[in-house]
Design a protein around this ligand. Structure first.
Ligand SMILES: [Zn+2]
Length: 80
């Protein structure tokens, strides 16, 4: 089984959105830059990968614009 979870940086942080209170923003696990999913300017973060099952977004991989960490967001179900 090939798994593409290893990036060139080696680490992907995982953030479960169901464990986040408030508007869904969270600090980058590495550099603590606040990342808000509402922010679509791509200045704070960039979307690297999306995983869609049955037309629903279930997983989103973003890259922190400040430190370049890959962060996998899970817990989208039921939020749309
Ligand atoms: Zn960061």
């Amino acid at each position: 089984m090939m798994k593409k979870s290893m990036s060139k940086k080696g680490i992907i942080y995982t953030v479960n959105l169901t464990e986040i209170e408030g508007d869904g923003s969270f600090p980058c696990p590495k550099c603590a830059t606040v990342i808000s999913p509402e922010d679509e300017t791509e200045e704070i973060y960039k979307i690297v990968d999306t995983k869609i099952v049955n037309d629903e977004l279930v997983e989103l991989v973003i890259m922190c614009g400040n430190c370049g960490s890959n962060i996998k967001l899970t817990g989208f179900q039921g939020t749309i």
